[in-house]
Design a protein around this ligand. Structure first.
Ligand SMILES: Nc1nc2c(ncn2[C@@H]2O[C@H](COP(=O)(O)OP(=O)(O)OP(=O)(O)O)[C@@H](O)[C@H]2O)c(=O)[nH]1
Ligand SMILES: [Mg+2]
Length: 243
């Protein structure tokens, strides 16, 4: 029996903790106001022959270091490298929610997009073309209602496909304007040389272009922790000087 790690990411109030509790039998606090999950909670569930370690990340609108929650969610996905990042979206405000999904996909393709609150969307007459969204995003997309326990088996089947590697395809990557793409291209070799192939170099380059000092600090801290040999390189290659 293999054990895989699944991190639950998503905007605040999208039902991450509701799903987490349903799967793990735990009682992570849920409610209808923002910012409830301030620290990550950890639980366990099984599906078919596999055991999954579930990590309930705090709700965030982005992974851009705007708050301690965003930094925690970002660091977990980048440095702990869960086998699956489950991005939980609110079916009634997909446009806003997809923003975070796209950011996660810039970091990892090992993701499943879970469109929750499908019951609410149905009530509002919102029709969601899962096949089309899945095709565009390049990762499995499943609609569920965590509160009503609808779609959970189908969701877990997709989690299993990504965790075991039976599903793997390049996720959607955003192409930015010429100036940004040029900046990324210039930084990329230096970032790759410094952080190695284990980390999402393109995304790191993009964030450095944006002057994300918090990510820089996390990189130093985590690379030292994970690969002490890189310690000298991160501080001496001077990535901080690139913006
Ligand atoms: N109608 C409906 N409500 C849901 C569903 N899933 C969750 N909710 C409700 O949505 C609200 C927010 O759920 P939470 O699980 O706390 O959301 P969260 O994503 O963990 O929120 P943060 O921890 O703030 O990020 C709660 O009132 C849930 O009962 C669903 O499938 N349908
Ligand atoms: Mg929560």
């Amino acid at each position: 029996m293999s054990e895989y790690t699944v991190a639950f990411a998503g905007n605040p109030n999208t039902g991450k903790s509701t799903l987490f509790n349903l799967l793990t039998g735990m009682r992570q606090h849920t409610g209808n106001w923002a910012g409830k999950t301030v620290i990550t909670a950890e639980g366990e569930f099984t599906h078919k022959e596999h055991v999954y370690r579930a990590i309930d990340l705090p709700g965030t609108y982005s992974l851009y270091s705007n708050s301690a929650d965003e930094e925690a969610a970002r660091d977990y996905i980048i440095f702990e490298q869960p086998d699956v990042t489950l991005v939980v979206l609110d079916a009634t405000s997909l446009e806003r929610n997809l923003n975070l999904a796209l950011q996660v996909l810039e970091i990892t393709g090992q993701a499943v997009v879970c469109i929750n609150l499908i019951d609410e969307a149905q009530k509002l007459g919102i029709d969601i073309n899962l096949r089309k969204i899945g095709k565009r995003l390049g990762v499995p997309v499943v609609a569920i209602s965590a509160r009503n326990k609808v779609g959970i088996e189908a969701l877990l089947d997709q989690v299993e496909r990504v965790a075991t590697g039976s599903f793997s395809a390049p996720p959607m990557r955003i192409t930015y304007n010429e100036e940004i793409e040029r900046g990324i291209a210039e930084l990329l070799p230096l970032v790759e040389q410094t952080v190695g192939s284990k980390y999402p170099a393109r995304w790191i380059a993009l964030r450095l272009l944006d002057g994300d000092d918090s990510l820089m600090a996390s990189l130093k801290e985590n690379l030292n922790r994970h690969t002490p040999a890189l310690k000298k390189e991160v501080t001496s290659h001077g990535i901080p000087a690139c913006h």
